[in-house]
Design a protein around this ligand. Structure first.
Ligand code: HSE
Length: 400
């Protein structure tokens, strides 16, 4: 018998409890031993819920019970999650978490502490919800140097952009729907302003480039400034606007950012719709590989957490090797990041001025009056700012 304790009975926690109970014989067979949930920790009461029989309110009961083999942390945030997880690991219990804030900030340290104790710290569900991407980074893509990762890492914003594009609905209506469906974070700013995607690309970049990438260092833009017109220009080019988390090696330095990108219709990322996530990884030997699936939602995310629980039980005293050191990686400046831009400026008939500043450009048929829209050649962020000078910019979107 292997005992699991779940910290937090919110959306994901109740999903983990459901998956372990509903698929119990399958989960147990895959784990090689009977798996049961011995405790669920939450400050709330859940009258009439089957969880009542295992509900506890004091984490000490879990941390001090030598029978608990695996702790699932699905509380979110770092306080008190970091303290609970660290103490669980120090007590010799493997930990599986979906908490990207915790992993982005403390992942390297928690991995080291787990390794010192021959146990595991697993976090598959922290990026891409139910999509297996974390384990493949450490177990399948091992021979390759990773040249680039570009991912649709936030289901809520992809859902919003898809609905705005396909149904012409306003931002606020679609955000509300996403929240009702349980995709959005409690604080929608975390999704909409790109903070959620920022933590996820920090985790992926730390794994790909083997040193700690601090999320605070990652240039982050959200989608709140994206308008219907921006989406129409993208559509007229056969592409789509996607919020991407991106990390790439550029002149020996890792550059990472989160921003809306115009993705060409040829890219597999362009057809990723709704709450689905996709992570495109480019290896120097493998070429492109894409991981695709449900990036948010109760059971999809819970499935990935339970997969970690099964793996933690199967490992039985062996630690999976994960190359992510605590040494901080200094990121290259996004000013040096080269890309084409979709640009909209106020005014018409300004071709001469535009071409003088930007060089050769490709004009687009305007979708609104009183503006000029064009695509630039590839240029750095710094060169772009200098070219804009005092022109009145309506919007600018990087092109993947
Ligand atoms: N709010 C997140 C999203 C949940 O929309 O992708 C999964 O991390």
């Amino acid at each position: 018998m292997k005992n699991v304790a779940i910290l937090g009975y919110g959306t994901i926690g109740s999903g983990v409890y459901q998956v372990i109970r509903q698929n119990n014989s399958h989960v147990s067979r895959r784990a090689g031993d009977e798996v049961r949930v011995k405790y669920v920790l939450d400050i709330r009461e859940f009258p009439g819920d089957p969880v009542e029989s295992v509900l506890v309110h004091d984490v000490e009961i879990i941390l001090q019970d030598p029978e608990v083999d695996v702790v699932v942390e699905v509380m979110g945030g770092t306080k008190p999650a970091y303290d609970f997880v660290k103490r669980a690991i120090l007590a010799g219990k493997s930990v599986c978490t979906s908490n990207k804030e915790l992993v982005a900030k403390h992942g390297a340290e928690l991995l080291r502490l787990a390794k010192e104790r021959n146990i595991n710290f697993f976090f598959e569900a922290s990026v891409g919800g139910g999509i297996p991407v974390i384990r493949p980074m450490s177990s399948s893509l091992t021979p390759d140097h990773i040249e680039e990762i570009s991912g649709i890492l936030n289901g809520t914003t992809n859902y919003i952009l898809t609905k705005m594009t396909e149904e012409g609905l306003p931002f606020d209506t679609v955000l509300k729907e996403a929240q009702e469906k349980g995709y959005a974070e409690r604080n929608p700013e975390a999704d909409v302003e790109g903070y959620d995607a920022c933590r996820k690309i920090a985790i992926l970049a730390s794994l790909a480039y083997e040193k700690q990438v601090d999320f605070e260092d990652i240039y982050t833009e959200g989608i709140s400034a994206i308008t219907k017109e921006d989406l129409e220009y993208a559509g007229s080019l056969g592409g789509a606007v996607k919020l991407l988390g991106m990390a790439r090696k550029d002149n020996g330095k890792v550059v990472a950012m989160v921003a809306p990108f115009l993705v060409s219709g040829d890219s597999p990322l362009a057809s990723v719709r709704g709450v689905f996530n996709a992570i495109l990884v480019r290896g120097d030997m493998l070429g492109d590989v894409m991981f695709y699936g449900k990036g948010a939602g109760k059971l999809a995310t819970a499935s990935a957490v339970v997969a970690d629980v099964i793996e933690a039980i199967r490992k039985n005293g062996r630690t999976d090797e994960v190359f992510w050191s605590e040494e901080k990686r200094e990121l290259g400046s996004v000013d040096a990041f080269s890309t084409r831009y979709l640009v909209r400026i106020k005014g018409t008939g300004r071709m001469e001025e535009i071409e003088k500043a930007f060089g050769e450009v490709e004009y687009l048929k305007p979708v609104a009056g009183g503006e000029t829209a064009f695509l630039t050649e590839s240029m750095t962020g710094k060169a772009f700012r200098e070219a804009v000078g005092d022109m009145e910019l309506i919007s600018r979107i990087r092109v993947l």
